[in-house]
Write a protein that binds this ligand. Structure first.
Ligand SMILES: Nc1ncnc2c1ncn2[C@@H]1O[C@H](COP(=O)(O)OP(=O)(O)O)[C@@H](O)[C@H]1O
Ligand SMILES: [Mg+2]
Length: 141
């Protein structure tokens, strides 16, 4: 089962995305299979070798990660992009807990494929500890 952690802060510019990318890159360099989930709508994680047709939107609306995983240029490092140009995902997540359940259900199918799954987010409810499927504590930059 993948270890899961979240980089969480409601503030922008505190280093969530930087830490997520660097930590993911280091773990991948160590030979660990890593999935980054970019739930911070600034979309600043890039350098892809393959861009998937879908991203976070499908996870939180359909509980399904098929066709959502993009490949980065770094071996062992994959990413689910924040395909949320209208910035609606954060509003949905604030209004309803069912989208969190969809997200966690979508990730269930990925548990055996990765050693680490990281999420870069402004929403504390996405963090480990807020749900039994995210068993460890959040990282707050
Ligand atoms: N540890 C750090 N020391 C100095 N600058 C940093 C550090 N972490 C991030 N930055 C810089 O701060 C800015 C915001 O970082 P970013 O990771 O995009 O924050 P967030 O994702 O929380 O909005 C970027 O320009 C980044 O290069
Ligand atoms: Mg960011």
């Amino acid at each position: 089962m993948a270890k899961k952690y979240a980089l969480v802060s409601t503030k922008g510019g505190v280093g969530k995305t930087t830490l997520s990318a660097n930590l993911g890159g280091i773990l991948a360099d160590m030979g660990q299979k890593v999935l980054l989930i970019d739930a911070d709508h600034q979309q600043s994680l890039s350098s892809l070798s393959h861009k998937a047709d879908h991203g976070l939107h499908k996870l939180v609306t359909m509980a399904n990660a098929d066709g959502c995983i993009s490949r980065t240029e770094i071996r062992n490092l994959d990413i689910i992009l924040s395909d949320d140009p209208e910035k609606t995902i954060n509003t949905w997540l604030r209004q309803s807990s069912s989208h969190f359940q969809y997200l966690h259900a979508a990730l269930l199918g990925l548990d055996e494929q990765y050693d680490y799954i990281s999420i870069d987010t402004k929403r504390m409810r996405m963090a480990p500890g807020s749900c039994r499927r995210w068993p460890s504590g959040p990282v707050i930059p």
